[in-house]
Design a protein around this ligand. Structure first.
Ligand code: G3P
Length: 398
């Protein structure tokens, strides 16, 4: 029997799906046992744990890494190159892994992992509050101006109700939703210079200030924002579609929960970041590596995707799972809340992965500066310029 130790992040989203997938895998592969290492609360904690454990006896055999940190895994040379295994397999496309899907977990052409869960940011809204404020829940806002106007009216309802919770905390992902949504980018094409202090970046940070001033967004922590929304005290919440099942469970019957596309500051050129994570093999032991490859394909394959999508709210990252009636073929028709993210798949681009060893610090600097806009201690321009100067100093010198 081969035992694989598997580490994953965000147990709030993934514990149940990991349990289901590993149980089924062990039924089909009785000679392989899956045991879980303590999960990490976030992607950022996950990557730091893995980099610390790499090469020690504590290192798990398999991990799930945020898509923006695969580059770091590659730069530190920690992950097994899956390219030869993909080659040897020969029929990845038949198992639903098209080239497009394989590319989601490649770094400069190297197959660092297989995408396990993929997401985009969506708009969650409280249809009861929208109605109470004079809006039409069947025709939710399509532009940020419309969101802000309606959110302001929701805030004006009083009774401790707030207009917006935009999940800017934690990492740079939701900031990139505004930046990419405005047609902007993080760094110059040659990655030597910061490019988010651009007119598009300015529009992104101005929007955060407008959420506070016009849309009634308070200084929430991530958890407080989610709790307030689920308690029926917030009109609009913007965050990953991966939080959908948790949100549905937490809202229960308290109000009429709906979802819609997140507006793009530039509806023509705007794009959205792809959130989520990929399964990565760490063990170099040949027997374990073989078992780990079986598990990776199973988790990221059609069965895994058919558990992850309904179990969380992520979009399908396996073409067979998305199309076949055996898996998710009828699911979307029956579950309209899941359609917002599906309808945005055509505008998904990679979650930007900063080069060099300072990726986690870069992200934290961006978040810290966003918090100054939300708490009113800096203007959007000051925060943007400070973030740009700090990040510039953290980029690798060529
Ligand atoms: O949560 P995910 O997996 O959709 O990834 C995007 C994040 O929300 C970033 O924290």
């Amino acid at each position: 029997e081969t035992t694989l130790t598997v580490h994953y992040p965000m147990p709030g989203f993934f514990k149940d799906v990991m349990d289901t997938i590993s149980k089924k895998f062990m039924e089909q592969n009785p000679d392989i046992k899956i045991q879980f290492a303590a999960p990490s609360a976030t992607y950022e904690e996950g990557i730091q744990t893995i980099l610390r454990q790499a090469g020690t006896s504590e290192m798990p055999d398999v991990t799930f890494i945020g898509l923006n940190r695969l580059r770091m895994m590659d730069e530190r040379n920690v992950a097994v190159d899956l390219g030869p295994l993909v080659q040897k397999d020969g029929n990845m496309a038949e198992q639903g892994f098209s080239d497009t899907i394989l590319k989601l977990a490649q770094v400069k052409g190297k197959q660092v992992g297989l995408a396990f869960a993929t997401s985009n940011p969506i708009m969650y809204y409280n249809a009861d509050l929208v109605k109470a404020a004079g809006g039409d829940p069947d025709n939710p806002p399509k532009t940020w101006d419309e969101v802000l106007t309606l959110a302001g009216k929701i805030k004006a309802l009083g009774n401790g109700v707030d207009g917006i919770d935009f999940r800017w905390q934690g990492d740079d992902w939701m900031f990139s939703a505004l930046l990419f949504g405005a047609g902007g980018k993080m760094l110059s094409d040659d990655e030597t210079k910061v490019a988010f202090n651009s007119p598009e970046g300015q529009k992104a940070v101005d929007m955060i200030e407008r959420m506070v001033k016009e849309g009634g967004m308070p200084v929430f922590t991530k958890a407080a924002g989610e709790q307030a929304f689920a308690a029926g005290k917030v009109g609009f919440e913007f965050q990953t579609t991966g939080a959908l099942i948790n949100t549905i469970k937490n809202v229960g019957t308290k109000f009429d929960l709906r979802t819609a596309k997140i507006p793009l500051i530039d509806p023509v050129n705007g794009r959205l970041p792809t959130g989520g994570n990929a399964v990565v093999i760490l063990t170099h032991d040949p027997v374990k590596e073989d078992a780990a490859w079986k598990f990776a394909k199973f988790a990221a394959g059609p069965y895994g995707a058919s558990v992850v999508v309904p179990g969380t709210g992520y979009v399908p990252n396996n073409e067979l799972a998305a199309k076949s009636s055996e898996y998710l073929g009828d699911f979307y028709k029956k579950n309209p809340l899941f359609q917002a993210s599906l309808n945005q798949m055509s505008v998904m681009i990679p979650w930007y992965a900063f080069p060099g060893a300072n990726g986690v610090r870069v992200t934290q600097t961006i978040v810290d500066n966003l918090s100054r806009i939300v708490d009113g201690s800096a203007t959007p321009k000051e925060a943007l310029d400070d973030a740009a100067a700090d990040v510039e100093g953290m980029l690798p010198r060529s």
